[in-house]
Design a protein around this ligand. Structure first.
Ligand SMILES: Cc1cc2nc3c(=O)[nH]c(=O)nc-3n(C[C@H](O)[C@H](O)[C@H](O)COP(=O)(O)O)c2cc1C
Length: 176
């Protein structure tokens, strides 16, 4: 698939079929995470791959939506604030690095016809407790992964985006 098409095919999938995700597909998605760039190459992201039904059910308590339970895999993306790069003014880049890892996975999944959906509106304390996370490891994203109930296609992606003119200012004064 052309890269430009892949950008359009990826969408938030909020219903998954009961078809299992193959080991090969799962490893390809995780490999995309592994090669993602990070600030100073500190690689401060840790992934927990949840596939057991009882563990998925417990995780669903942190994001109680019926559709979320249809995903056969959920990857919990955690930011390690001890390993992340901090700029001279103190800005912690852990979340940025976790976001890049997540985005790489969403695209790798879409390239294989798999669906994902960024989830940030979850109960972080519940996830911390379930995974017994130390204080410096923060759960940032829950990423369900599975075969979409409705196959991915450019036509199926309908979330509107603002125009390029609204997104971009050309030059510091906007008059280039
Ligand atoms: C940082 C971030 C957090 C998000 N959190 C949620 C969430 O908690 N629940 C949800 O259903 N979708 C969530 N989304 C998905 C967005 O709603 C979705 O990406 C957006 O509406 C654009 O649609 P698209 O992904 O299909 O292009 C999140 C997306 C991002 C990037």
């Amino acid at each position: 698939m052309k890269f430009s098409d892949l950008m359009l095919v990826r969408r938030s999938v909020r219903l998954y079929s009961d078809r299992a995700v193959s080991r090969e597909d799962l490893l390809a998605v995780l490999e995309a995470a592994r090669v993602a760039p990070s600030a100073c190459n500190n690689q401060p992201t840790k992934l927990f791959v949840i596939t057991e039904r009882d563990e998925l059910d417990e995780l669903a308590a942190a994001y109680p939506r019926d559709w979320f339970r249809s995903a056969p895999v959920v990857i919990v993306v955690c930011a390690d604030h001890q390993k992340s790069w901090h700029r001279a003014d103190g800005k912690d880049h852990a979340d940025i690095d976790a976001a890049i890892v997540t985005d790489h996975m969403t695209l790798a999944a879409a390239a294989r016809g798999l669906g994902t959906c960024w989830i940030c509106a979850f109960d972080a304390d519940r996830v911390r407790h379930q995974l017994a996370l130390p204080d410096h490891l923060e759960p940032v994203v829950l990423l369900p992964l599975g075969h979409p109930e409705e196959p991915l296609s450019i036509a199926a992606h309908q979330s509107p985006r603002k125009s390029l003119d609204n997104l971009v200012q050309w030059g510091a004064k906007g008059n280039s």
